[in-house]
Design a protein around this ligand. Structure first.
Ligand code: AMP
Length: 176
């Protein structure tokens, strides 16, 4: 299956959730079993030889593919969630999004120094969410971090926010 086929399955919703935002609706991509399998195969092939021990998914759209890829990689899955959702002791980061401010948390004992981590989210826009997630994971002192998105909004240049030594990749790229 071509990347174009996957790209055209993403639905564009103008002015959602606020005017000026072109929302990338991935539910239309996920409803096809062929598309879903292709996405998980692409991610598996990309990360299979990296020794990933934990996939970290960001609430909430990082929870769709994150666990699927973790199972294929033979890795564990760790959620990063919005405040008040995780029941044990957490560490927190605040950040600015493409629309609005927010905070995210991770359990303080979710990762160890031995972990090689793939942080996954559905979409890279300004990069604020993933930078906060990257900072959280880094604070827990893991061995190595990879970053992955299903979709990158290229013109926002969010990938520029990450240190050069961190491999940042996305499956589908959109201009807007
Ligand atoms: P950012 O922190 O600006 O990179 O925003 C990324 C987060 O916000 C992701 O978790 C996305 O789910 C969501 N998001 C931001 N912009 C969009 C968009 N245009 N379409 C869909 N989701 C978006």
């Amino acid at each position: 299956m071509s990347i174009e086929t996957l790209t055209s399955a993403v639905r564009n919703i103008p002015d959602f959730p606020i005017p000026g935002i072109q929302f990338k609706d991935i539910t239309t991509l996920f409803q096809s079993p062929e598309h879903l399998k292709e996405l998980s195969d692409i991610l598996y092939e990309k990360y299979r030889d990296r020794g990933i021990t934990k996939v970290v998914g960001i609430e909430s759209r990082g929870f769709f593919m994150g666990p699927a890829v973790a199972i294929k990689l033979g890795a564990g899955f760790v959620p990063i969630r919005k405040p008040g959702k995780l029941p044990y002791k957490v560490i927190e980061e605040t950040y600015t999004k493409e629309y609005g401010d927010d905070a995210i948390q991770i359990h303080e004992d979710a990762l160890t120094k031995e972990d090689i981590v793939l942080i996954h989210d559905d979409l890279l826009a300004t990069g604020g969410t993933m930078v906060a997630a990257y900072n959280l994971v880094k604070k827990l002192g893991v061995k190595k971090i990879y970053i992955n998105f299903l979709i990158e909004l290229e013109e926002l240049e969010g990938h520029m926010l990450f240190p050069e030594e961190v491999e940042v990749s996305s499956v589908l790229k959109f201009k807007v």
